[in-house]
Design a protein around this ligand. Structure first.
Ligand code: B12
Ligand code: SF4
Length: 600
């Protein structure tokens, strides 16, 4: 638990308003809270809300005699001791509130379980995040899940809190919190907004010296499975370069120099260039060796200077929502901007500057079958120079158009929100039954991360001058997370911690004689498996490193030639892939023809 208690000097007559911020985790399939000794990275949602409350404290918005203390807890790496929160709040006359922060749909049931005893003790509780925002953005009125919170006396916050936190804090201090604060149709500008921040000791409960921040919000595209456009909008709202510099310097001063910029599509942040220019200055003139992971789209390489400036700005990894290689599926999901004809050139543009590529691949689009998805993964392995690939179930997340449409149709949707984590089959699929879909998801990881393909990934990376020891470690993480820990790598961490009493209330508390021997056996089996995978990957790494002097190339590493569009499986595996190639060719002919005419 991390506390930022203010030094108040004289205590006489002063009061302390206590804010406990909890970023909840959720339950695994056995009903236990997912918590680690070290979680992968700090949550930007927690950093944003912490920054906003800290700003309220610094401005003393409750008056000169009231100090605001903030405690920030990320449940993915710290146990939430509800009994202690209740005792501390009680000792303070319940002058304060508990904020359940950045609550996703899969974290909503856990949030209610945390809220219940707090409300019973008379403590004010406010829930914010994508579930509340997504539901209020897409539906008129309050659904049963949100009503359950209201019935407990929990306050709901929808929309973004920049510029709105003063009201919440003042109302909480006056004991007059409203049931709902709904700012979903009034999104704030981010220029000069309070910056996200978490103190270093909170960041250090995660794996590396990496922290997260958003340089902007919103995305112009319209993918039907996406929640972001309905919650954060389609317009680019962004922080200025001065604020980005402040975020970097504040973290750098506490020894943190690696960042995940959480913008869902940094390439469509309208100020990507001034932001990169400022970071380039910090790196090249001020000697700040800061590095970044960013998320981009599959057309980003066509933006003039984008890739070159990303490299100079210290971007070392990019994440792309590749989603699928079947154009029919992409069209069905309104992901029209994803052009399979551009995939390889885009990946090669990043590779040419030595930047690693992560991509997300969604399983369960309407045209997928177990066979077609397996074949598609093999095509990716052979024909696309991708490093890390991660798989997700197509999920109707609350806040998305898919969820709204299916709800309106009365389609059967799994009622357990805890499962809305992109790792469960939640709706009937036209071509696969539930078991087939689940098998496909489990097998997809094994199909991609074979020892042979790991060797190919490392050979390709070495040819581009990428640090393959670091890449091998990340591959170990992604290749073994589901098989060993039974969770997606983005939900994984180092050393899983479980408490016998932290189980979904619907499930029984296991007796001591059953729980602990099982925990010990599980620990041993898991670590044996990790050791075996690590040994396999280490041997591959050594073999590849020993051949560093030998040139390496393969089909995936060469730019797409016109004649390859007739032979590559990526472009010929079905009719719509062939149509996509024909379409791209027509556009090229038309644009080069028009250019030739205007030149004449
Ligand atoms: C960065 C990120 C991650 C990171 C870090 C987590 C984090 N929250 O920072 C990582 C990689 C770990 C991650 C993992 C996952 N993520 Co994620 N992630 C994001 C991403 C891209 C940015 C989050 C963010 O910083 N947003 C900006 C903040 C400021 O917005 P916010 O959280 O809504 O908070 C604002 C308001 O809601 C409000 N507010 C929030 N809390 C509170 C509390 C109070 C008291 C008040 C007053 C106000 C308030 O004020 C805040 C400031 O304006 C979002 C997409 C997005 N654009 O948000 C997806 C997103 C949140 N993730 C999502 C999912 C599904 C996951 C995973 C389950 C996926 C998986 N299988 O791996 C895991 C879950 C792991 C976990 N333990 O969280 C979904 C959630 C959808 C939903 N309906 O629930 C999103 C929306 C993306 C999507 N696909 O739609 N994620
Ligand atoms: S590109 Fe990404 S952020 Fe943009 S609409 Fe599609 S899924 Fe959402």
């Amino acid at each position: 638990m991390l506390s930022r208690e203010r030094v108040t000097g004289q205590n006489c007559g002063r009061r302390r308003f206590r804010v406990v911020l909890v970023k909840p985790s959720h339950y695994d399939d056995d009903g236990y809270v997912i918590r680690w000794l070290r979680s992968p990275m700090p949550a930007n949602s927690l950093a944003s809300v912490y920054g906003l409350i800290d700003d309220c404290a610094l401005r003393r918005i409750l008056g000169p005699d009231v100090d605001i203390d903030i405690v920030a807890i990320d449940e993915t790496n710290t146990r939430v001791r509800i009994d202690r929160i209740v005792a501390e709040m009680r000792a303070n006359g319940n002058f304060g509130f508990v904020g359940l922060v950045g609550v996703q749909s899969n974290q909503y049931p856990r949030s209610l379980h945390i809220a219940k005893p707090l409300r019973a003790a008379g403590i004010a509780v406010v829930i914010g995040g994508f579930h509340v925002s997504g539901m209020l953005a897409m539906f008129d009125g309050i659904g049963p899940d949100l009503q359950e919170a209201l019935d407990m006396g929990v306050t709901l916050f929808a929309g973004e809190a920049e510029g709105r936190m003063d009201d919440v804090v003042r109302d909480a201090a006056a004991g007059s919190l409203k049931p709902v604060y709904n700012y979903i149709s009034d999104l704030p500008a981010l220029e000069d907004a309070v910056i996200p921040f978490l103190p270093g000791n909170s960041v250090r409960k995660t794996i590396g010296n990496v922290t997260t921040f958003d340089a902007g919000r919103g995305c112009p595209f319209q993918c039907s499975f996406c929640t972001i456009i309905n919650v954060q909008g389609r317009k680019s709202r962004r922080r200025g370069p001065d604020d980005v510099e402040r975020i970097l310097r504040k973290n750098f001063a506490q020894g943190i120099d690696r960042f995940f910029i959480t913008d869902d599509n940094f390439a469509r942040n309208k100020d990507w260039e001034p932001i990169f220019d400022r970071i380039i200055k910090l790196r090249e003139q001020d000697g700040m060796d800061v590095r970044f992971l960013i998320q981009v789209d599959t057309l980003c390489h066509k933006i003039p200077n984008f890739v070159a400036k990303a490299k100079r700005a210290g971007v070392t990894r990019i994440f792309i929502g590749l989603e699928n290689i079947n154009p029919d599926n992409l069209l069905a999901a309104k992901k029209r901007q994803n052009k399979i004809t551009e995939y390889r050139n885009m990946l090669l543009a990043w590779k040419a500057v030595g930047i690693w590529t992560y991509a997300g691949y969604i399983l369960g689009f309407p045209n997928d079958t177990p066979e077609s998805a397996r074949r598609d993964i093999e095509i990716i392995k052979n024909e696309m120079p991708l490093d890390v690939l991660e798989f997700f179930f197509l999920t109707p997340l609350p806040g998305s158009e898919d969820h709204k449409v299916l709800t309106a149709k009365g389609a059967p949707l799994d009622p357990d929100l805890n499962k809305y984590d992109l790792e469960h089959a939640l709706t009937p699929h036209p071509n696969m039954n539930k078991a087939e879909w689940e098998n496909l998801y489990r097998n997809a990881w094994a199909i991609y991360y074979t020892p042979e393909h790991i060797e190919t990934i490392l050979r390709r990376a070495q040819a581009y001058g990428i640090n393959i020891l670091r890449l091998a470690q990340i591959i170990l993480w992604f290749a073994s997370s589901l098989a060993v820990e039974k969770v997606h790598p983005l939900q994984g961490g180092i050393l899983r911690l479980k408490n016998r009493h932290e189980r979904r209330p619907e499930l029984p508390i296991e007796p001591v004689w059953q729980f602990y021997p099982w925990l010990a056996a599980d620990f041993l089996v898991k670590h044996a498996r990790i050791a075996r995978s690590a040994w396999t990957i280490l041997r591959i790494y050594r073999r590849v490193a020993a051949n560093a002097h030998l040139p390496y190339t393969d089909r995936a590493m060469t730019p797409v030639s016109d004649e390859e569009t007739q032979t590559l499986e990526l472009f010929t595996h079905n009719r719509s892939a062939r149509d996509a190639v024909d379409h791209a060719r027509k556009i090229k002919t038309l644009t080069t023809g028009a250019a030739a005419e205007s030149a004449a």
